[in-house]
Design a protein around this ligand. Structure first.
Ligand SMILES: Nc1ncnc2c1ncn2[C@@H]1O[C@H](COP(=O)(O)OP(=O)(O)OP(=O)(O)O)[C@@H](O)[C@H]1O
Length: 587
């Protein structure tokens, strides 16, 4: 299924198509436009006949997904939504990236692609039935090959985590009562492979006691690897791996460990996807994005150790709401946090591309975390993203520009607005989830960061109305609807004019006319729907729901011992639903 780097329209090598990243500080107009970002554009023209591709070995079903899910427990609503009060306008702290100190490395890598005839649906995935096993994983494959240095100097924190965590696990509900909405993506469609990272600190998470626990083990044993973790429970399976609730043995610090079978990744041409996810995770330091504590490899597995979110995902949470939609105040809270996360990603030159409730996890405090970056698109300048919104050394070249006197700034505008968009980045990949795909992706026109504002609109709609706007009777119908059907709102539930107006602005089929296209997240944040949101302090706001505390089960599970077992276990197409096919011709 891999293809060549050829633009089907121009015939030019896709890898040679330059993309651009522009970063503008509105008000002070510090311009970083035309920073070139080499992105290997993979061409994915999904065009299948109405018959299923021969290469599909299994037809996924919801039961399989259910096997991959964990147990569920009900969640009490312990707090009501509380709108933020308006405070003086201020630079959003949560939108300020910390200093990643990444090494920039331009990249000429041009993975070879072929014109795809269908989206990747070839993986055979049978969830492992190992959740009841009680063998410690460290005994099966604890041979640590390498140890990462993602975590660095973190502030002294007191005791490491508590055995008492909050939250609800995802359950069979997702497999039983909710739709499976797999993300589609080309096999080898990584558009860029930009750099090596050397992040030295993550100030936003500096007070997290898990850093200290990790450091303690490192100091004691000189290395940190799989054998130091107890896998307690499988949390879920994705396309490239399985995620386990894990304890750093003896520390009562809990993590979500994504375990990917290397042979399976290689065999299924998913290595680049896994690499993309790891590199992006290494970049991140934001309250609404995952923290990667460490990563390591064994002979068989590649492991990412991330923050554990005990509250399940927003899709599951929505299913539990009365009417299967959230109250508008709750929606405002969730989408505001996502908007800040998206703003930060765009500032790093990352186009997320796979926004959907399933990818938004709920932390123990009820705030959210955007997860799953394997379909994201990066531009090289992401690695040179500013350390703060006003990071002078990144934004301007002259010393004079770098240190403007405050009063001068104030004369222009009290608080300059940040607009950071990889607005000219272009990809020809066909990735995403059918109901969330932007028209320009379906039409194969190439796409940029505006796709994230489209998906943001679909996401907002789904949270408010309990369904997506263009869903058809099948995938083909859905895709046609996205392209051709006008946006309509149901009469019920009642949704405010400002919410509908925001959705209208976001779900403009022409990307250049779409809200967010010109000034990025800033444009969206200023919409009346977000009136009253205190962007700077949103992470201190009361979330709509706080997961109920749950005791962590002390049982352990194990990883598959053989590659074949592993490849059958952690992969996800089989539990991703049978709608993982594209059944349309060219638009
Ligand atoms: N940090 C986390 N905390 C709690 N559960 C998690 C965490 N990360 C992932 N999960 C669970 O594991 C499941 C698999 O996650 P993963 O990111 O591997 O795949 P995915 O979201 O299905 O996407 P994809 O198939 O595109 O990789 C998720 O659906 C989620 O339920």
């Amino acid at each position: 299924m891999a293809g060549e780097d050829t633009d089907p329209k121009s015939g030019a090598s896709a890898a040679a198509v330059p993309t651009h990243f522009s970063l503008t500080l509105v008000g002070r107009l510090m311009d970083l436009s035309d920073l070139e970002c080499t992105s290997v554009v993979s061409v994915v023209r999904a065009m299948t006949s109405k018959t299923m591709p021969q290469t599909i070995p299994t037809i996924p079903n919801t039961e399989e997904k259910k096997q991959c899910s964990q147990n569920d427990s009900s969640l009490d609503l312990t707090s009501s939504s509380k709108p933020s009060t308006g405070l003086p306008r201020k630079l959003p702290e949560s939108a300020i990236p910390s200093s990643p100190n990444k090494e920039v490395q331009s990249n000429d890598q041009k993975p070879s692609h072929k014109l795809h005839e269908s989206v990747d649906v070839t993986s055979s995935k049978v969830p492992a039935d190992d959740e009841k096993d009680t063998v410690e994983n460290g005994n099966t494959d604890g041979n640590v090959k390498s140890d990462s240095t993602v975590d660095k100097d973190h502030g002294a924190a007191s005791a490491s985590g508590s055995a008492r965590l909050t939250g609800r696990s995802e359950t069979g509900e997702r497999g039983i009562s909710s739709r499976c909405r797999p993300s589609t993506g080309s096999d080898v469609s990584e558009e860029s492979a930009c750099s090596s990272f050397s992040s030295t600190s993550k100030p936003h998470k500096a007070n997290d006691s898990r850093w200290e626990a990790i450091q303690m083990i490192r100091t004691r044993d000189g290395i940190l690897g799989l054998s130091h973790f107890k896998l307690l429970k499988k949390l879920g399976c994705g396309d490239i791996g399985s995620v386990y609730l894990s304890e750093l043995t003896g520390t009562k610090s809990y993590f979500a460990m994504k375990v990917m079978d290397k042979a399976s990744l290689t065999g299924r041409k998913k290595l680049l996807r896994a690499q993309t996810e790891k590199e992006i995770l290494q970049c991140l330091d934001h309250p609404f994005l995952p923290t990667l504590y460490t990563h390591f490899e064994t002979d068989k597995f590649s492991c990412l150790v991330m923050e554990f979110c005990p509250g399940g995902d927003l899709h599951t949470l929505r299913q539990k709401q009365r009417g299967k939609y959230f109250p508008e105040q709750a929606v405002k809270f969730y989408v505001a946090e996502i908007l800040l996360a998206m703003e930060y990603l765009h500032m790093l030159g990352i186009i997320y591309r796979d926004l959907k409730p399933e990818n938004i996890l709920v932390r123990d405090d009820g705030h959210i975390m955007l997860s799953d970056f394997d379909l994201s698109l990066r531009c090289t300048p992401s690695c040179t993203a500013p350390t703060t919104c006003f990071g002078p050394r990144f934004f301007s070249k002259s010393k004079k520009d770098r240190k403007p006197k405050p009063e001068v700034v104030n004369q222009v505008r009290p608080w300059p607005e940040l607009m950071a968009e990889p607005s000219d980045a272009r990809s020809m990949s066909f990735v995403g989830t059918h109901e969330y795909l932007a028209p320009e992706i379906i039409k194969g026109e190439g796409h940029g960061s505006a796709v994230d504002w489209w998906t943001f609109g679909i996401f907002l709609y789904e949270l408010l109305f309990g369904k997506t706007p263009f869903k058809g009777s099948g995938n083909r119908a859905t895709l046609f609807n996205v392209i051709g059907q006008p946006l309509r709102f149901p009469e019920y539930p009642f949704v405010s004019f400002s919410a509908r107006d925001l959705i209208r602005g976001l779900l403009v089929k022409e990307p250049q006319q779409r809200l967010g296209c010109k000034r990025g997240a800033t444009e969206i944040k200023q919409h009346p729907f977000f009136e009253g949101v205190n962007w700077a302090l949103i992470r201190c706001a009361s979330p709509p729901e706080v997961p109920k505390p749950v005791e962590i089960e002390r049982q352990t599970t194990k990883l598959p011992v053989s590659t074949s077992e592993a490849s059958a276990a952690p992969t996800g197409a089989s539990q991703k639903g049978s709608d993982n096919y594209l059944e349309f011709d060219f638009f």
